[in-house]
Design a protein around this ligand. Structure first.
Ligand code: 5BU
Length: 273
């Protein structure tokens, strides 16, 4: 059982984004990230305004927003300061170093300017980290590698996952952890997760309390299964929080509080088990 507290782990990280996330989790007693996957800027902001008090992080897919304007990220940054949450653009970079550096810094979205954390598929090899790091490190940003996915039949298994962990180990100033379904410290090490002395942040999508899947390959586990059973740090919840009617902001806030409570209860159970 991985028993290290979020507060005690801040000192294990030099990366400012990793430290900020752990500080916020402790301050707000929240290990909940809400993934706001909606296509209208107005809905996007209304959901963030509703869930803001309950989350340590807002996860975005900025490229699905149809009426995107640069002012939207400035409003998002203002909400991040108001409600004290990190921003994680779930961009899943997966190209050669030069291209991902351009995609991260430039284009319409300029992700590196506003997103504390982003992520990358390890599939291109270490150069994807080199490219992103050339843009993000100097700005105090952090990277998560996709070591495992939540979908049925995902190819992110075995030696692929092991190589993702190796890539992270070689870049600990910038790679702060993983998108994964379990802890990763013991991968390729002959110790248990809590005795390696390493510390990766484990952010886990595929979390839901009411349904087991979405009919399109997504697979859900409960916050307790993810945090106690698998030892993960942050639960990422999308539709389980905001459903399909984005105008029901009181209900959305209630769902966020429900997931925050469940996630934190599971964390306390893990610490004291
Ligand atoms: P949901 O509505 O809770 O199913 O949304 C899950 C979010 O997490 C969504 O934005 C996905 O793109 C994201 N995700 C995922 O579901 N599974 C994965 O393995 C990865 C990302 Br990586």
């Amino acid at each position: 059982m991985y028993k290290h507290s979020y507060a005690s782990r801040i000192q294990n990280h030099t990366n400012p984004a990793a430290r900020l996330l752990l500080e916020i989790m402790e301050r707000k007693q929240s290990n909940l990230a809400v993934s706001v996957d909606v296509t209208k800027a107005q809905d996007f902001l209304a959901i963030i305004d509703a869930v803001g008090p309950y989350v340590c992080m807002i996860k975005t897919h900025v490229d699905v927003i149809e009426d995107f304007e640069p002012s939207l990220v400035r409003t998002l940054q203002a909400l991040s300061a108001k409600y004290d949450f990190c921003i994680f653009e779930d961009r899943k970079f997966a190209d050669i170093g030069n291209t991902v550096a351009l995609q991260y810094a430039s284009g319409v979205y300029k992700i590196a300017e506003w997103s504390h954390l982003t992520n990358a598929h390890p599939v291109p090899g270490p150069s994807v980290v080199t490219g992103l790091k050339s843009v993000g490190l100097q700005r105090g940003r952090g990277l998560l590698l996709l070591a495992e996915m939540s979908t049925a039949g995902a190819l992110t298994t075995g030696s692929y996952t092991e190589d993702a962990v190796k890539m992270a180990r070689a870049n600990r100033d910038f790679v702060v952890g993983f998108i994964a379904q379990r802890r990763m410290e013991s991968v390729g090490a002959s110790k248990t997760d809590d005795t390696t002395g390493e510390d990766f942040l484990i952010l886990t999508p595929g979390v839901g309390l009411d349904v087991k899947g979405d009919g399109m390959g997504q697979q859900y586990r409960t916050p307790r299964e993810v945090v106690v059973g698998a030892g993960c740090d942050v639960i990422i919840v999308g539709r389980g929080v905001y459903g399909t009617d984005y105008s029901l902001t009181a209900k959305i806030a209630g769902q966020a509080k429900r997931y925050q409570d469940e996630g934190w209860k599971a964390y306390l159970e893990r610490l004291t088990a």
